[in-house]
Design a protein. Sequence first.
Lengths: 150, 502
Amino acid sequence: MVQANVTAAAVMSFTKALEDDSSAFYKKMADRWPEHEVQFTAFARDCERSKTQVTRTYQETISDALDATFSFEGLDLDKYRPDMALPADVGYSDALRIAIDLEETAIAFYRIASEQASLLATIPRAFNRVAKRREKRRLRLESLLADAGS
Amino acid sequence: MALLREPIEEPLDLRNYIDGEWVESEGELKDVVNPATGKVIARVPISTAEEIDEAVAAAQEAYLDWRTTPPLARVRCLFRLKELLEENFEELSRIQTMEHGKTIDESRGETRRGIEMVEVATGIPSLMMGYNLEDIASGIDEYLIRQPLGVFGIIGPFNFPFMVPLWFAPFAVATGNCIVVKPSSEDPISQIKIVELADEAGIPPGVWNVVNGGRTVVSGILDHPDIEGVCFVGSTPVGRDVIYRRCGETGKRVIAMCGAKNFSLVMPDAHLDRTIAACMTSFFGNAGQRCLSNANLVVVGEGLGEEELDAFYEEVIDRFVAAAKRMKVGYGLDESVQMGPLRDASKKQRIIRYIEKGVEEGAKLRLDGRQLELDQDLPGACFLGPTVFQDVTPDMVIGREEIFGPVACIMKASTFDQAVDMIHSNPYGNAASIFTSSGKWAREFQYRVECGNIGVNIGIAAPMAFFPFSGMKDSFFGTLHGQGREAIRFFTESKVVIQRWF
């Protein structure tokens, strides 16, 4: 269902939760597969960095005169809630596939949010930066999956 | 959607801040009520005449040391204040939503604007510089220096409890003056929080004082012989007939920023999607309780035949009403809410009387905010939905007077000239906007319209901290405006020195 009332504040909370949950997901991956701990821990840290950057951009850009209340009208946030569950019996390759899905969903969210935020000064740029970072991560995950011999 | 955490859990007992100390007032206490929930969140003292005298005396005493403190040292206090404001950004914003009612996006926007004032004021070592010319005559040099004046009073309004006193305070303090701030007694908590942080930032005792209260405090500021100037934001009757007049009588500098009835023109070549989105923020942001809100939307038929104009008029109204209908009204700490309540129930009743008047006068009520149904379980005493009238004329009471609420009046004009005449027929001159794709009409508009703040495809023409917040006609009384370089001039005397050495 399309949510009519999506404010900038709601989008920011969504973004924070997305990055927090993504970070938690990669920490779990690091715990589960210690041989790839360095890589997954770096992904987790990267998510935290993205959260800080986006939050900071919003707080430094928001102004009482901007159309923040209405910029994201019609954006259906539920479409961009990736499945981040990591079942106990999931294998390494399937876990990577979940991670790739997560990245694709998140990238799609950042791209559409960036388009809709075109009047909100530097916010679209911040969203695009995170999308780009996630795109790189997706490629790295693809390569890990290929290495895993799937 | 779940509510954000409320930073005020128990009612606060507010005190005055005088000479670096938190002082209990002898005055009676008044409840500060969260307009969304109806809960008491603080008790504010209505201070006495003696208490304002004490604050002015403390400021006067602090002045001599403060004005001789090097500007670099003064602004280092402001740099620290800015950092503290950033650290407390979210709490400060949520407090505004709790005490005023605005949405959390609006509160965060207000916090940012306030911080920007502090940021600009940290540039005082450059901004306060004078200028010079040598050899104006044989061996004679002339130069101008800017000197602070002493103690200033700042009287804040209820609609922007955090930001508005900061239009003045950082500039006054950075230039070496001392201040006494009187926050609105309706929502004083933000100013108390700011001065807590100013104290933590190391601003010396007596430089930045806060005295809560009402008319007695205002009279004390206006009449006090040791106050050099007054900054006021509020209604036109008070600003013009009390503040401006009394400052004239007592020889004080004055900035009195007052009421408004802002017009917005929609030309046939306007980008309608963006115009309507901008209008929602402009007409209904802060529940219409802002002096830069647009109040009258004029659909202009320049170049159109009568039938085409009628069709364009109907299209704009239909889209405006459809967008306004979709707005979610509720408690601003719910992030899905797009408009909060009015500050108090009496304001709602006052606006309802205007709606009734509009109906009586024959305007067509297209969207009736009185019929609002809240999704949330909240007392409805202060809530009013977006309201839209069409077929309003500039001579109707609703088209002429400042309603200060979420009521849009839509009008029709055949030509651009007729629309400009409508603007000029109104006594206010705070802001006006035009929505157009034509540079010609935009240029004509900014050139001819007698309003202090002009928006071109902008719904809220709010000047940034480094520009003056202008205003004309019955919207402004004084000479220099708040913010930016004009604020520097307001808070300083220009002294000219002509010098020769034998």
